[in-house]
Design a protein around this ligand. Structure first.
Ligand code: HEC
Ligand code: HEC
Length: 350
């Protein structure tokens, strides 16, 4: 019990201390910190087979959650990650903060516990963190609210709400049980070899028809469950899908997720089904704004990346720190952009 309380106090304290820390750094204007922390870390995937075999495909085992009040928080956080819409969706029983019926686990696979499936293995310890999109240092609670606002097209929850606190507790717990010495925890999504050509939405549409349509549907709208409260297969575009300001809307970010995880439960990080080029083409097709509408909240995205030198290379809204067009930032070829950034000392983020 004492332990449990210590743990919860620990989280509250962490949130509080971290905000203070953020405040100090923000005003100190520490540029070195800025640039280092927003560069995507290179995931190490050259692990040997034994290590892969020893690392469970999912560490999502709720029986490991402690039986105390910290554990209660973790369990509720886990429940929220898996059944987000049920609690805080448009028809949620607790609140109506989400604008769509997707669940966090639709992207943070197995509740953020799958290697290279947008996991939360090292998340807890990497916040507070500088974020180029806001040009500010965000706490973990702020970052969670980012996903509530963006892919979920919703409104932020109070950071001291039971829900946010519980998601933080859950993410802390995941970080505490993951094997620390495994190279498989070093990346949230797979690395990808960038092709010399631009991503091709037309080629991507053929891949979509043969490898994705059966679940996500011909209109990309996914398939709702029996009582229409959430999805069996989540949407990939349309007004019920993630919005324009979401990370998944960026071609490279989406391709890296798709490569190691889609088609769902067939592809894995160590046995992907799509080639890197196919993953990039299908990501381009899904995120082609000329044919696939999605929600756009100008008020949320208008001020994104106020410092353009820290923009990800696959973010297509000008102004840019380099000389490339909006279309090249969206679809590539990305190698010339990377070369330009290297030559001119501009951070390479994707
Ligand atoms: C449409 C997909 C999608 C959905 C749904 C989604 N996220 Fe995310 N989330 C992302 C992507 C993409 C990132 C960026 C990961 C990266 O940069 O590697 C991210 C990042 C995060 C991070 C930061 C992780 C880190 O280590 O820096 C947190 C925390 C997070 N999401 C929480 C949530 C929560 C909680 C929900 C549900 C309320 C949610 N997300 C729903 C796609 C999604
Ligand atoms: C067998 C069914 C199935 C197939 C085939 C499939 N998916 Fe998925 N996909 C899913 C499910 C289920 C999820 C949500 C995972 C979860 O909740 O655990 C998902 C999630 C996603 C997501 C993140 C959530 C979202 O809606 O934005 C993307 C992106 C995605 N799939 C893309 C693809 C692409 C691209 C293909 C084809 C290469 C594909 N999927 C093929 C079932 C499938």
């Amino acid at each position: 019990m004492i332990n449990a309380l210590t743990n919860m106090t620990d989280i509250r304290l962490t949130l509080k201390l971290k905000s203070t820390f953020a405040f100090v750094l923000l005003f100190a204007g520490n540029l070195t910190f800025t640039i280092q922390s927003c560069t995507t870390p290179e995931p190490k995937q050259n692990t040997n087979e034994t290590e892969r075999a020893n690392f469970p495909i999912s560490i999502f085992d709720s029986s490991l959650i402690p039986v105390n009040s910290f554990g209660d928080s973790v369990r509720y956080g886990r429940e929220l990650l898996l059944n987000t819409a049920k609690y805080i969706g448009p028809e949620g029983s607790v609140s109506k903060h989400l604008g769509n019926k997707m669940n966090c686990t639709n992207c943070h696979l197995d509740g953020g516990s799958r290697p290279f499936g947008l996991n939360f293995f090292t998340t807890f310890k990497s916040y507070p963190q500088y974020r180029g999109r806001e040009n500010a240092i965000l706490t973990l609670a702020d970052r969670i609210n980012n996903c509530i606002e963006r892919p979920h097209n919703g409104t932020p929850m109070p950071i001291n709400s039971k829900e946010i606190m519980s998601i933080v507790a859950y993410i802390k717990w995941i970080g505490s049980i993951v094997p620390k010495d495994s190279a498989l925890i070093s990346g949230t999504s797979s690395e990808i070899t960038l092709p010399l050509r631009a991503a091709d939405p037309l080629k991507g549409s053929k891949i979509y028809d043969s490898k994705c349509k059966s679940c996500h549907g011909a209109t990309g709208a996914g398939i709702l469950n029996a009582d229409s409260t959430t999805y069996i297969y989540p949407p990939l575009w349309g007004m019920q899908s993630y919005q324009l300001g979401s990370s998944m809307h960026r071609v490279l970010k989406a391709a890296r997720f798709i490569k190691s995880n889609m088609p769902h439960n067939e592809a894995t990080w160590n046995a992907p089904l799509l080639t890197d080029e196919e993953a990039i083409d299908v990501a381009a097709f899904i995120n082609d704004d000329e044919i696939h509408p999605r929600p756009s909240k100008k008020a949320t995205t208008a001020g994104d990346y106020p410092v353009s030198r820290v923009k990800p290379i696959d973010y297509d809204i000008p102004p840019f720190e380099d000389t490339f067009s909006s279309s090249q930032h969206k679809y590539g070829p990305f190698k010339p952009i990377i070369e330009y950034h290297k030559t001119n000392g501009i951070p390479i983020v994707y």
